[in-house]
Design a protein around this ligand. Structure first.
Ligand SMILES: Cc1cc2nc3c(=O)[nH]c(=O)nc-3n(C[C@H](O)[C@H](O)[C@H](O)COP(=O)(O)OP(=O)(O)OC[C@H]3O[C@@H](n4cnc5c(N)ncnc54)[C@H](O)[C@@H]3O)c2cc1C
Ligand code: FES
Length: 272
């Protein structure tokens, strides 16, 4: 689902509030934007030019009509840029270039999708859940956190009402599955019959270690994995080569730009 006409836009914050350790920011834009699940924006809004560079955030939701739109981002404070974003209020200006990168691809044939979000990685896979629900495709979600307070708020989870659809996983066992997302996926796979496994496609975003371990579990079983990488970025649109990841191509290795050829990659290509 490539949507590749990025625009630089100025918007105004409608709200920017915390839900647990995460913030959710909605921004009014001059126009509606279209995006594919997994695409992102380069966002800035803090006064002055320190830090100089905007920060990449997944596009969480976009709504509106011609001539009036909104976009939402969900973020966790990681350092200076996101801390400054968290201090902004209703009416403050935001600048963003969006939509950027290549999002997830959805196969035409009957698939069951497993959406994996580690930490704030849920912000990248929830838009895929919204899309799959609209398409009436089957999906389940595995959401990983260190502890229960670090899981996304329940009312942010799209389609979360269906029993058995959402599998929270915590490292300390305080909610849901006791263990990592990869452990939960292994456990669930063990209980599937071969024809059910054959229909699976995994879409994942989270820490690199989670993406690596899920890939090394699923790929040998013939289950395709699309992994959304969260490398550091400078420009966000393919010019600086500051975001590259190593890939395997026709027996050789080379480099691809996460902001341009990604952030979503076929996990078979990535040199983990
Ligand atoms: C395509 C894409 C989509 C993303 N979507 C989201 C999102 O929806 N929500 C969200 O909260 N975050 C998201 N991120 C990560 C987010 O961009 C970073 O957390 C943010 O840039 C950090 O900026 P900062 O100024 O707050 O922290 P910095 O001051 O830049 O960094 C603070 C600390 O975090 C480390 N760090 C910063 N960025 C990364 C990274 N990408 N990977 C590992 N360590 C890092 C730094 O080394 C440093 O130790 C996304 C990243 C990418 C590439
Ligand atoms: S961030 Fe500049 S090329 Fe990717």
């Amino acid at each position: 689902m490539p949507i590749n006409r990025p625009r630089f836009v100025h918007g105004k914050i409608l709200h920017n509030a915390g839900g647990g350790i995460f913030y959710r920011m909605e921004v009014a834009l001059p126009d509606r934007i279209e995006f594919a699940p997994g695409q992102f924006a380069m966002v800035s809004g803090w006064p002055g030019n320190d830090p100089l560079l905007p920060r990449p955030l997944a596009i969480f939701r976009a709504r509106g009509a011609r001539g009036k739109g909104t976009v939402e981002f969900v973020y966790k404070v990681a350092g200076r840029g996101t801390a400054l974003l968290s201090g902004l209020h209703e009416g403050d200006p935001i600048a963003a270039t969006l939509p950027l990168g290549r999002g997830f691809e959805f196969g035409g044939e009957e698939r069951t999708y497993w959406l994996l979000g580690g930490g704030v990685g849920f912000s990248t896979v929830f838009p895929a859940a919204v899309f799959l629900e609209q398409e009436r495709s089957e999906f389940e979600m595995f959401l990983g956190a260190r502890t229960r307070d670090q899981l996304p708020p329940r009312d942010w989870i799209p389609g979360g009402g269906l029993p058995g659809r959402v599998h929270p996983c915590t490292d300390d066992g305080t909610a849901g599955f006791f263990g990592t997302v990869t452990d939960a996926v292994r456990d669930r796979l063990d209980r599937l019959k071969t024809p059910e496994r054959r229909r699976l496609m995994i879409l994942a975003c989270g820490p690199r270690e989670m993406l690596r371990s899920v890939s090394s579990l699923a790929l040998p079983l013939g289950i395709p994995v699309q992994a959304s990488l969260e490398n550091h970025m400078a420009c966000g649109f393919g010019v600086c080569w500051g975001c590259v990841t190593e890939v395997r191509e026709e027996g050789k290795t080379s480099y691809r730009r996460v902001c341009k050829e990604g952030p979503v990659f076929d996990a078979r290509e990535v040199v983990w």
